[in-house]
Design a protein around this ligand. Structure first.
Ligand SMILES: *Cc1c(COP(=O)(O)O)cnc(C)c1O
Length: 397
């Protein structure tokens, strides 16, 4: 089907929430490339928004999924599920957390984590309702995760929101200390604010969150939906910032394209839920767990994360050099293969993103006026070189 015909159907029958989309429809993927219906090739620096971490030609993943489709995709959680149990074991053993729950998306996993924090305090006999999150954060689109999200533009049409959420400026320890008190159930934090513009959280601040939570009896929840599962070159970003949260939330890259979210808990937080407190029809089914088990094993048993670190450092250096070359580049941020390039207000990041697409590169924007790059982990330096060539031209215009 032609892209403009798909667009007509979309305009007529699909909810208008995505507005006018980029004028491309992909029909096939191969390695780190996407192909449109006219056979044009694009190099992928977005991975379907941090999802397709293994690119498009991982034969092992395809085989695992085909085998699962051919045997059994879903039974519901009334029964034991082997891959679910093994995936839980692998994730817990690799991260040091005690248990996990699987849902279907980032927002849903966040919801579960927020419920778990409330239940933790309830079970202690001292219920606490409040949550402290960061200004500029993004935690999802459901009512609770919308309220957790520290960006006004998402809130206004949906008020009144859940009242429990306070937003504090990132990397401001004094503001954090002033906001967290005896009614705070948890502090929720992304190690790097993704949708907010690839804003890095300092190790000092991250550790202060841990300390303040311990002092005031609140839990620390890391939203690693975007940073987690290898984007920074580590399975989780939290340990490299020097603090271990009580609950960590995953999704996006976890299933490499198959929808799955998760929250992991440790210590007393892992014991807070009892039978009946939470659940899911689809969550943790055979298909989703087959994908996530494959991804987790791949990240842990091969050197792919080493490759993420190495190509990520190379990429960031090239972006930093671009900053010296092009005055419109204001800042280079991020770690591993989660990088952002803040542009001067005079140059539109969405405009550059569109032009990049015209040049055969898929990228995204985030935050105030930043380009955001989240390529599949199998990206090579030569792909980065090609992108840089296109970027230099566009930013010198
Ligand atoms: C994408 C994202 C979410 C929401 O995930 P969905 O799967 O879209 O519900 C939550 N938190 C962070 C940090 C994200 O990047």
């Amino acid at each position: 089907m032609k892209t403009e015909d798909i667009a007509k159907l979309d305009e007529k029958y699909y909810s208008p929430v995505f507005g006018t989309r980029l004028p491309v429809s992909f029909v096939r993927g191969e390695d780190v490339y996407l192909f449109d219906s006219e056979g044009r090739r694009y190099t992928d620096f977005l991975s379907g928004i941090a999802v397709n971490c293994l690119g498009y030609s991982d034969e092992g993943l395809k085989q695992t999924l085909c085998d699962t489709v051919n045997s059994l995709m879903h039974t519901g959680n009334y029964f034991y599920i082997e891959t679910q149990a093994k995936l839980a074991q692998r994730l817990c053993e690799a991260t040091g957390f005690d248990n996990v729950f699987f849902g279907n998306s980032g927002a849903e996993a966040m919801e579960g984590a927020l419920k778990l924090a409330r239940k933790y305090h309830y079970a202690k006999g001292k219920p606490r309702a409040g949550f402290v999150t960061l200004q500029g954060s993004f935690h999802g689109r459901t009512f609770a995760t919308l309220a957790a999200t520290g960006q006004e533009k998402f809130h206004t049409p949906f008020e009144p929101l859940m009242e429990a959420f306070k937003h504090v400026p990132p990397n401001d320890i004094a503001a954090l200390k002033a906001a967290v008190n005896e009614s705070t159930a948890a502090v929720v934090i992304e190690p790097i604010l993704g949708e907010g513009g690839v804003i890095e959280i300092s190790a000092e601040y991250y550790q202060a969150v841990r300390r303040v939570c311990d002092e005031r009896g609140a839990l620390m929840i890391a939203d690693e939906v975007q940073t987690g599962m290898g984007h920074t070159g580590e399975l989780l970003a939290s340990p490299s910032l020097g603090a271990v949260p009580d609950i960590v939330v995953l999704a996006k890259a976890l299933g490499a394209g198959v929808p799955i979210g998760a929250f992991l808990a440790r210590g007393k937080a892992a014991k807070a839920f009892a039978a009946g407190d939470h659940g899911s029809t689809f969550g943790g089914n055979y298909l989703a767990c087959a994908a996530a088990y494959y991804v987790t094993n791949k990240l842990l048993d091969t050197d792919i994360l080493g490759h993420v670190k190495e190509t990520g450092a190379y990429f960031k250096n090239r972006l930093a050099a671009l900053k010296d070359q092009c005055p419109v580049v204001k800042d280079v941020r991020g770690r591993g293969l989660m990088l952002g390039l803040e542009l001067d207000a005079g140059v539109s990041a969405p405009g550059i993103k569109k032009k990049l697409l015209g040049d055969g590169f898929v990228a995204a924007t985030a935050g105030a006026n930043a380009l955001r790059f989240l390529p599949p982990y199998v990206i090579q330096k030569t792909h980065i070189d090609s992108l840089m060539e296109a970027l230099v031209k566009l930013l010198a215009e």
